[in-house]
Write a protein that binds this ligand. Structure first.
Ligand SMILES: *Cc1c(COP(=O)(O)O)cnc(C)c1O
Length: 463
């Protein structure tokens, strides 16, 4: 590319002016669709046939590129904000959050350091402080918005181990042969992944018959570890069932053992905002660290995980990167978000949540979350009245798991494929204890009982 061509890329030409309007129109229209089409995956063969040759020496031109996205690529992506998207954990960003995500890009904010992004960092920290207060952590708590819960859990555990190593060094105690953590048998796969990355052992303590990790199970697991336990992880809202571990018991046992207590609340900790279910989270204030994913249940776009530490200084000790090019940041004593997780360059990804909270207020969040939980209970009631369905477990938050009596895995798969192809819903088969089931994860305020009943009806042979 010649110098002239390079400069052209950063000047407003007629082409970029047109594209600017087209893209803003596209974003405006997409945001106003209610609902957006559910869409669905395409084969590699189809995409190769219909969207190849976009990366060329001379470029397609923005209008053509947008057309390929609009007509081929976007329809090959399921709309996670569709009210019928009920698999995994969906996403349902508020309009303010999505709009502000555009602003975050347009303003080229660097979110890694105070020097470069103090205004953005300040606003993000306001949100983190609010979350810390809801969970019961002191004013001195703090952290950083990272990409997702997996990275949040990993970063918290790295801090926990760093602290354990430092404590042994300070008291001249020998290092253990292996470091280990305890989590529940119902905990998220990211904890096993974190243990692998860190090369530590993970012990999965059995959850009780309601799916909760109890203090006794943690104590029993801890007794099996001779040396090197450094953290216990409780889950506040399991991914499969939305069940909250007994945080009070687990936290107390962790404290008794003198180890770090981390709460993985990626999906469910947002439930603490609903006064009705808040008692389930008793003991959350014992946490040394916690995560909650705003991209799951705090209505922000991907990707966003709030990682909060009781004592952020311990995180900075573990994570701050050192380099000649970073010295100016290190010596300032400023609050640099990069120091609190395994990351350096970062998008100020907490700002869409900041804007959304500032726009609608906390009370609107409480109401939306309470509505999701109420809807989960309503649909559970309907499931109980249907003789061809059976509820696997009482919902606690907003996840409902049920079986279609008499169905094998293949029946669920066929049904699920039809539901998606018809544009009604996205409900992939799940399983528990080797038995296939269906699962609704409800985090979208646009999801209504009527739609859920329509989906339940579609499992009925008699209809
Ligand atoms: C989703 C989830 C994670 C992982 O979060 P990502 O943002 O997908 O990385 C971790 N723990 C729990 C309980 C989750 O539900």
């Amino acid at each position: 590319m010649g110098l002239k061509a390079a400069a052209k890329m950063h000047t407003s030409t007629a082409q970029t002016v047109a594209l600017r309007e087209q893209i803003l129109d596209y974003a405006r229209t997409r945001m106003q669709l209610d609902p957006a089409p559910l869409d669905g995956p395409q084969t590699l063969k189809f995409l190769k046939a219909n969207a190849s040759n976009t990366i060329t020496e001379s470029g397609l031109g923005g209008t053509k590129a947008l057309k390929v996205f609009d007509e081929v690529l976007a329809p090959a992506c399921i709309s996670t904000d569709h009210p019928g998207y009920l698999s995994f954990i969906p996403a349902a960003p508020t309009e303010a959050a999505t709009l502000f995500d555009l602003v975050v890009s347009a303003t080229s904010v660097y979110g890694g350091s105070w020097l470069e992004g103090s205004g953005a960092v300040f606003a993000e920290n306001e949100v983190l402080s609010w979350l810390a207060a809801e969970v019961g952590l002191p004013k001195s708590a703090g952290g950083v918005f990272v990409q997702g819960g997996s990275l949040g859990n990993l970063s918290a555990l790295v801090t926990a181990r760093h602290q354990a190593i430092a404590a042994r060094k300070a008291t001249r105690r020998r290092m253990p042969k292996r470091w280990s953590i305890i989590a529940s048998s119902e905990s998220h796969s990211s904890l096993k992944a974190a243990a692998r990355v860190m090369d530590v052992d993970i012990l999965l303590a059995s959850a009780d018959d309601k799916g909760r990790l109890r203090g006794t199970a943690v104590a029993e697991a801890a007794a099996k570890i001779k040396d090197g336990l450094f953290a216990v992880v409780a889950t506040a809202g399991t991914t499969n069932f939305g069940i909250v571990d007994r945080l009070d018991e687990v936290g107390k046992v962790a404290k008794g053992l003198g180890v770090w207590f981390h709460i993985d609340g990626a999906y469910g900790l947002a439930g603490i905002l609903d006064a009705k279910v808040k008692p389930l989270f008793k003991g959350s204030a014992l946490a040394d660290s916690f995560i909650v994913d705003p991209h799951k249940w705090l209505f922000t776009p991907f990707d966003c995980c709030a990682l909060v530490y009781r004592n952020p200084r311990l995180a900075a000790a573990a994570h701050t990167q050192h380099g000649e090019y970073l010295e100016v940041l290190e010596t300032s004593g400023d609050y640099n978000p990069s120091d609190y997780a395994y990351n350096l360059t970062r998008r100020a990804r907490g700002l869409p949540l900041w804007c959304s909270l500032a726009t609608y207020g906390i009370a609107a969040y409480r109401a939306a979350i309470a509505d999701n939980i109420a809807l989960a209970h309503k649909v559970a009631d309907v499931i109980r009245t249907r003789e061809y369905l059976s509820l696997v477990r009482e919902p606690e938050l907003s996840i409902v798991v049920f079986e279609r009596i008499g169905w094998q895995q293949r029946d669920y798969e066929n049904w699920s494929n039809t539901l998606l192809a018809d544009g009604i819903g996205f409900v992939v088969p799940s399983s528990h204890n080797g038995r296939p089931n269906a699962r609704f994860a409800i985090v979208n305020p646009r999801t209504e009982l009527k739609l859920l009943i329509q989906i339940l009806d579609s499992m009925d042979d008699q209809k």
